[in-house]
Design a protein around this ligand. Structure first.
Ligand SMILES: [Zn+2]
Length: 167
């Protein structure tokens, strides 16, 4: 096998090669220092990348991280964890979609309810405005009634005092 296998090395590291191709890559690297060196560099690069990925602390992801480390038995984030991470994102997406599907009608009802309350308050305000505009008349009626009552009381008291002095 004279041809180099550099194009397959990334998939080889990820374990994504077919058994036949994997064996070809391995047998090539036994006799090719160049490809073997390339594999070492690639492995180091991937290790560094996943170490960096592991060390990224995004606030709010602590819970997910702790769940993942529990799943991995504190073994750190390997390739499997990387896949589980995507599973979490997918599950999160499904969760938020179903949540919005549930909350959608609720929000609609809340908006309808708020609109109804607004309409009721507006009509109450309208009635209050009508009442306010009727106040001058009410005030006059009140004053008129008060004067009549006071007048009647005054004459009644005078009448009572008169009858008392006489009697
Ligand atoms: Zn080679």
């Amino acid at each position: 096998m004279g041809k180099h296998v550099k194009d397959y090395l990334s998939e080889y590291v990820d374990g994504e090669l077919q058994e036949e191709t994997r064996q070809l890559v391995e047998s090539h690297m036994e006799g090719c220092a160049e490809c073997a060196q390339e594999l070492r560099e690639l492995t180091q690069l991937k290790t560094l990348f996943f170490q960096a990925y592991e060390n990224v602390n995004i606030p709010g992801l602590e819970f997910e991280q702790s769940v993942l480390s529990k799943i991995n038995g504190n073994a750190g984030m390997g390739f499997a964890a990387h896949r589980i991470n995507w599973l979490f994102i997918l599950l999160g997406g499904i969760f938020f979609l179903s949540l919005s599907a549930i909350l959608g009608p609720v929000i609609y009802l809340v908006v309808k309810f708020a609109t109804a309350i607004f309409k009721v308050s507006m009509s109450l305000l309208h009635a209050l405005a009508g009442l306010v505009s009727a106040i001058p008349f009410l005030l006059e009626a009140f004053l008129f009634t008060t004067i009549i009552i006071l007048g009647i009381s005054f004459f009644s008291v005078r009448y009572l005092l008169k009858t008392k002095t006489i009697g």
